[in-house]
Ligand binder design. Structure first.
Ligand SMILES: Nc1ncnc2c1ncn2[C@@H]1O[C@H](COP(=O)(O)O)[C@@H](O)[C@H]1OP(=O)(O)O
Ligand SMILES: [Mg+2]
Length: 335
């Protein structure tokens, strides 16, 4: 892509940062990854901290004035009880850097991620390992990076180390990298091949919901499989869902390997985090798809670190967006 296009420099820095982080996470054996439980009881591993350090550090080199909204902070990692984990993170980080960094630089890089987000200015949005539970199971995860400006997502990158270039099945793979800039379309590359020619990707155009394939998360606690099944029945979707962790779901919808990604909350009041959707939502839209919440509202990334104005997520090929939204609203009205 020509370097004169808008956001070319940001895109290049973001792709390199995600590739670097992916290289580090791939070195961590999921079954042996030292893991902490955060206060919300979700797991965080060597890979999450290493990826956040690397992305934060790399972006700060090229764009020192653009702040970062990122999932992790260094509080737990900095405690004396976490010395072993801290050591492993630093080792992992330095194994992919030409110039090693210190423990203090690592903690500082992680804590750059505390920006509040909001409606004004420019900021990066990072989920260093989205789908940590998938990562620990040896299944899908993604390094997800977006750039938000004046509340709008301008750039989105998904690094998916275990996602083949085609299909939704697991298998030996070099991984996929999917990238989009607002107004410039969505492209896919082999994850760590900087030289490779990108391929523009498009959502499929299923003629009806009966032809459509849907996907959902693996974790039943993160979205309601039962409600998704009821929506599928209501919309006459016949195929069984593919289950994948992380924003890989947006990637497979964007390239037409699935047509629908449903994420209906399991409990009232759950508010999604912006790092779980910013990159993926832009990628689906740039591939020609539609993304909204269960009320049909656009996702509003200008409300801080969470999607305070939205409830659930529906991402689909544009040809079947209306019937899926209608089926969702009809099912939710009965609950
Ligand atoms: N109760 C919940 N409802 C919806 N999403 C959740 C819930 N708890 C955690 N998550 C988010 O689900 C994401 C993974 O999604 P998936 O299951 O599709 O792979 C995690 O990044 C996590 O966000 P976070 O860790 O940012 O709090
Ligand atoms: Mg996440």
């Amino acid at each position: 892509m020509s370097s004169t296009l808008p956001y070319a420099a940001e895109r290049l820095a973001a792709v390199t940062a995600v590739q670097l982080a992916a290289r580090a996470t791939r070195q961590v054996q999921p079954t042996q990854a030292t893991t902490l439980l955060k206060t919300d009881t979700s797991p965080v591993t060597v890979a999450d901290y290493a990826a956040q350090t690397l992305v934060s550090q790399h972006l700060a080199l090229s764009f020192p004035d653009i702040p970062l909204v990122a999932e992790e902070d260094a509080q737990d990692l900095g405690s004396s009880a976490s010395e072993n984990l801290r050591h492993q993170v630093l080792q992992c980080v330095n194994s992919v850097l030409a110039a090693p960094i210190t423990n203090d630089q690592m903690l500082k890089a992680i804590d750059r991620g505390g920006h509040a987000g909001g409606p004004t200015g420019k900021y990066w949005v990072l989920d260093p390992v989205d789908g940590t539970k998938g990562f620990l199971r040896g299944q899908q995860y993604a390094i997800c990076l977006a750039l938000v400006e004046e509340g709008q997502v301008k750039l989105g990158i998904l690094g998916c180390p275990r996602l083949p270039l085609q299909g939704v099945e697991e298998g030996p793979t070099t991984g996929s990298l999917v990238a989009a800039v607002q107004g410039q379309g969505a492209y896919q590359y082999p994850l760590n091949d900087e030289e490779a020619e990108g391929k523009q990707i498009h959502c499929a155009k299923p003629a009806s919901t009966a032809d459509a394939a849907f996907c959902e998360g693996v974790e039943a606690a993160h979205s309601s499989h039962d409600t998704h099944a009821a929506i599928a029945r209501e919309a006459r979707v016949t195929r069984a869902p593919a289950r994948l962790d992380s924003q890989c779901k947006y990637a497979v919808v964007a390239r037409g390997d699935a047509d629908i990604y449903l994420r209906i909350p399991t409990r009232p009041g759950y508010v999604e985090k912006i790092w779980d959707h910013a990159a993926g939502a832009l990628i689906v839209q740039e591939a020609g798809g539609k993304v909204c919440d269960v009320d049909g509202l656009p996702l509003d990334f200008s409300r801080g670190r969470r999607l305070e104005g939205n409830r659930g997520i529906i991402a689909t090929a544009s040809t079947i967006h209306s019937p899926i939204l209608q089926a969702t609203q009809s099912v939710l009205a009965k609950i």
